[in-house]
Design a protein around this ligand. Structure first.
Ligand SMILES: Cc1ncc(C[n+]2csc(CCOP(=O)(O)OP(=O)(O)O)c2C)c(N)n1
Ligand SMILES: [Mg+2]
Length: 293
């Protein structure tokens, strides 16, 4: 297990205190800066490892940064505090963006990120809860993280705890049937402490979601399963902050976050071939330059 980063955790707590006192515009500026940092870090990690899922990493970054930067009630110095909010990245192939977010939020030293996918590194291609502080459960096989998140939310009720559970799913991932069993179960138990966020970039591996197996009308699917569905621009931090609020109805909330796969790098955006392609040296330079604007 990687060691936690007490100094980083203190910086995280200080930033959270500062953000809480800021105007909404200032909060968004702060989250945007953190997202740019995470995206640049992801490009460097994938460049070093010569492996990774760059399209989905860049797509999900604003969602992760909004959650860890503002929404989740967590303390990176106490990653096993029983009252912490739970976060599960069900689309576990986007581990690089999760690791970069966790490290920049003080869960473990940023210097560890350079070991991403190296032999014996804790930072495997898919997240492992026994190796990385802040990882709640192992994911990678699509369709597994969401059912575990439903279990976490049910466990909160059974153990009398008030933590909330958030889970991020890929849109292609929704073609796995286990997700719909999980959705049905969450509604059956009225798990209002659960929020599922769909990274709706309309691409999966090799093709678009609608060509592979049609998901639309997606919001109506969630509603018909007993969830409150909300649609939002998944790169708009203010919109995400608003959409991530619990429902007053007590129903579980599905946030369909409209995103662009590869967001922030012109030649990667919305290109299916960049699901797990690795940029060459010139492309890395261009990507870092575009992500620094
Ligand atoms: C059960 C399972 N089948 C296949 C894969 C291989 N795989 C990894 S990512 C991916 C596509 C996922 O698409 P999506 O959920 O839309 O993710 P994103 O677009 O955000 O990268 C596939 C098929 C897997 N990880 N798990
Ligand atoms: Mg997708």
């Amino acid at each position: 297990m990687l060691s936690t980063d007490p100094a980083g955790a203190e910086r995280f707590r200080a930033r959270r205190r500062r953000i809480a006192d800021e105007t909404p515009d200032e909060q968004v500026r702060e989250l945007r800066q953190l997202a740019a940092e995470v995206r640049r870090t992801v490009v460097r990690m994938i460049d070093k490892a010569q492996l990774g899922h760059i399209g989905g990493d860049l797509s999900v970054t604003d969602i992760l940064v909004t959650l860890f930067g503002r929404v989740l009630d967590v303390d990176p110095a106490q990653p096993r505090n029983p009252d912490r909010d739970r976060f599960i990245l069900s689309k576990g192939h986007c581990a690089a963006s999760l690791y970069a977010t966790l490290a920049h939020c003080g869960y473990f030293p940023v210097s560890e990120l350079s070991t991403f996918m190296a032999p014996l590194s804790a930072l495997n291609g898919h997240p492992n809860r026994t190796k990385v502080p802040g990882v709640e459960t192992n994911t990678g096989p699509l369709g597994h993280g969401f059912p575990v998140a439903v279990g976490c939310a049910l466990a909160a009720r059974l153990s009398g705890r008030s933590y909330r559970t958030y889970v991020v799913l890929g849109d292609g991932e929704l073609q796995e049937g286990s997700n719909w069993e999980a959705a049905m179960t969450a509604a059956h138990y009225d798990l209002g402490s659960l929020t599922a966020i769909v990274d709706r970039n309309r691409l999966q591996q090799g093709a678009g979601t609608e060509e592979t197996k049609r998901l639309e009308p997606l919001a109506e699917k969630w509603t018909s399963f007993g969830w409150e569905a909300r649609e939002v621009d998944g790169h708009d931090h203010a919109g995400l902050l608003s959409a991530l609020r619990p429902s007053p109805t007590g129903r579980p909330v599905a946030v369909i976050a409209r995103t662009v796969k590869g967001k922030g790098v012109s030649f990667i955006e919305d290109r299916v071939e960049w699901h797990h392609k690795v940029p060459d040296d010139g492309q890395v330079r261009t990507a870092l330059e575009e992500l620094s604007r």
